[in-house]
Design a protein around this ligand. Structure first.
Ligand code: NAD
Length: 359
């Protein structure tokens, strides 16, 4: 593959995916296509911005004319699509932003890929040959498309879709569109559905970075409902490595679930964070537990998510590189060492970086 467009590359997961592709593909050009919304931060990519195989293009996936310019300039061989509105709480207050970006934006990318790529009608109905593959649309999605689990069971690749929030419904719709373009037009695609990510560069509106930030500044740690909501957590660099491996090694037309076999109830997770942060900053054990504050539940809150990533382990031999405790420790260290990043993000100053670097 020569020219690979990665959408949403300035975001949390996207920035790690871009780094993985840039470092491992000196012969390819990696085009980071991002609109730089509130969640996009080019400071996440400072260490690689001068690499010869990296280029940034500011474009909005809801605007076909902006996308077309990037397609015309680079004529991409593959697209790794992560750009999305990603925060469930925001989807409850403004669902249309999610429908526009996640559904219409994905459709715009698929339509342009269809226009620029010569698709083989023999590949309709999911009939993709193993090799060679020429063009590839890789969609990065979430386990939330499967809905919620009770006390037991796991999401597998065969689990029926049952999204419950405007966010997960918009991601489910975009997954369906990608499969439909594969089935109808023979577009080679891969989809991966991943559990909750955490790690460096995580925007502090999400639970883990929010709690790290609030423990450090002795502010309340808000926990929804009774704190018993259960999530399956994966270190973001393990997710980026999984995407890279699937992109290179998977057959087209496949779906993979990515997860860490790592379920935590929110309350226990926050207590583990308190334990580790207090210890690292020299506070007595349990000092920050007084900050725990139970808040009114989110409407339609899914009780439990848990991924079965056996197919990925069996087919490609992937497994997470760190345990949750190790990943959390690395994440806390990163936030302690990158206070400037956190200050810029919490004050909104990170948005000035683009103007300084690129205008
Ligand atoms: P994020 O919110 O941190 O980043 C999203 C990026 O997309 C930002 O850089 C933003 O500027 C960009 N973007 C948003 N709207 C755009 C538009 N209209 N045009 C171009 N760029 C736009 O999100 P994230 O947490 O890094 O998630 C990335 C992807 O992974 C999403 O598709 C999400 O659904 C999926 N995912 C996330 C998680 C998770 O735990 N965060 C888990 C599984 C899957």
């Amino acid at each position: 593959m020569k020219n690979i467009i990665i959408t949403g590359g300035a975001g949390f997961i996207g920035s790690h995916v871009v780094r993985e592709f840039v470092k491992n593909n000196p012969e390819s050009k990696i085009i980071n296509l991002d609109a730089l919304t509130y969640a996009g931060n080019l400071e996440n990519l400072k260490d690689i911005e001068n690499e010869p195989n990296y280029v940034f293009e500011k474009a909005d996936i809801t605007k076909v004319d902006e996308l077309r310019k990037v397609f015309e300039e680079y004529n991409p061989d593959a697209i790794v699509h992560l750009a999305a509105e990603s925060h469930v709480d925001r989807s409850i207050t403004d669902p249309n932003a999610f429908i526009n970006t996640n559904v219409i934006g994905t459709a715009n990318l698929l339509n342009l890929a269809r226009e620029f790529w010569t698709l083989n009608p023999d590949h309709q109905h999911g009939n993709f040959p193993d090799e060679p593959r020429t063009n590839l649309f890789y969609h990065v999605s979430t386990d939330e498309v499967y809905g919620a689990l009770g006390e037991t069971g796991f999401f597998t690749e065969e689990t029926s879709y049952d999204p419950k929030s405007p966010y997960s419904a918009s991601k489910a719709a975009s997954d369906h569109l990608v499969r439909a373009y594969g089935n109808t037009y023979g577009m080679p695609f891969i989809i991966s559905n991943c559990s909750n990510n955490y790690g460096p560069n995580h925007f502090p509106e999400k639970l883990i970075p929010l709690c790290i930030h609030n423990i450090l500044s002795e502010k309340p740690l808000p926990i929804y409902g009774d704190g018993k909501y259960t999530r399956d957590w994966l270190y973001v660099i393990d997710h980026a490595k999984a995407i890279y491996q699937i992109f290179n090694e998977s057959k087209t037309g496949e779906t993979y679930n990515i997860g860490g076999w790592n379920e935590w109830q929110n309350i226990n997770l926050v207590k583990e964070l308190i334990k580790q942060v207090d210890e690292k900053i020299g506070k007595p054990a349990g000092y920050s537990e007084k900050l725990i504050t139970f808040v009114k539940d989110r409407p339609g809150h899914d009780k439990r998510y848990a991924i079965d990533a056996t197919k990925l382990a069996n087919d490609l031999g992937w497994k997470p590189s760190v345990t949750f405790e190790e990943g959390l420790s690395k994440t806390i260290d990163w936030f302690l060492e990158n206070k400037e990043w956190l200050d810029h993000v919490t004050s909104g100053d990170y948005q000035k970086y683009y103007n300084k670097q690129y205008n």
